[in-house]
Design a protein around this ligand. Structure first.
Ligand SMILES: C[S@@+](CC[C@H](N)C(=O)[O-])C[C@H]1O[C@@H](n2cnc3c(N)ncnc32)[C@H](O)[C@@H]1O
Length: 208
């Protein structure tokens, strides 16, 4: 899907500073996973839909990460991400996960997902899987925090994003498609306030 057809004007959200998803810090389930799995995140890491880059900076600070790359459709988000002091080897690029430039293909050891999958149109989910799969090198891994149930009194399924998902759907998209195998899947014990019990951490390895 070309950026002009993406129904949400993400850049406008950043220009108007209307970014309720941004909690000003890295995702608690990511920090929890890093604490439990020291030294496992290594090499080059891609964060699609990185927004202001809080997760990218947490990843860039890990000693074994050689480069953390944040990718976002929104030039304003990328400019805001670049305005934070650099932690280490991190970089931000404007780009579309559904139409990855050649330099992002087959090159990453890890992809970290957090609130990009729930933000895209539901009919783009197969393109999301293809984008993540293509960015990884053949034995690369996807570490993901899926916001399975983002609904509340103000926000219902018909008016996303964010859009919810189910384990069944994730299994069909990632595993039964032949693209990934699941190594780990659990409900994180640390979440932003209000997201407790609504997220799922999954670690998957690229197949094929
Ligand atoms: C809900 S925001 C989450 C941002 C960040 N992960 C956070 O938690 O603060 C979704 C982000 O995904 C980006 N995005 C949406 N579709 C994208 C695509 N096809 N390729 C790259 N980024 C995309 C948006 O611009 C936006 O910054």
């Amino acid at each position: 899907m070309p950026p002009s057809e993406i129904p949400t004007d993400w850049d406008l959200h950043y220009r108007e500073d209307h970014t309720p998803w941004d909690k000003g810090s890295a995702a608690p389930p990511l920090l929890e996973w890093i604490e439990k799995n020291p030294n496992q995140l290594t090499g080059r890491v891609l964060v699609p839909g990185c927004g202001r880059g809080h997760d990218v900076r947490a990843l860039a600070g890990l000693p074994e990460v050689t480069e953390a790359v944040g990718l976002d459709l929104s030039p304003t988000a990328v400019s805001l991400a670049n305005s934070f002091p650099k932690v280490s080897r991190e970089r931000y690029c404007v780009g579309n996960l559904f139409d990855l430039e050649k330099n992002h293909r087959g090159t990453y050891d890890w992809v970290f997902e957090h609130t990009c999958f729930c933000a895209i149109p539901i009919d783009c989910r197969e393109s999301y899987v293809t984008g993540v799969w293509s960015s990884l090198h053949p034995s690369g891994s996807l570490l993901s925090v899926f916001y399975l149930n983002p609904y509340d009194d103000e926000h219902q399924p018909e008016d996303g994003p964010p859009h919810g998902s189910t384990l069944e759907e994730l299994d069909a998209l990632f595993v039964r498609s032949g693209r990934f195998s699941i190594q780990e899947s659990y409900v994180p014990s640390r979440s932003y306030p209000g997201r407790e019990g609504l997220e799922r951490v999954m670690r998957m390895t690229r197949q094929g």
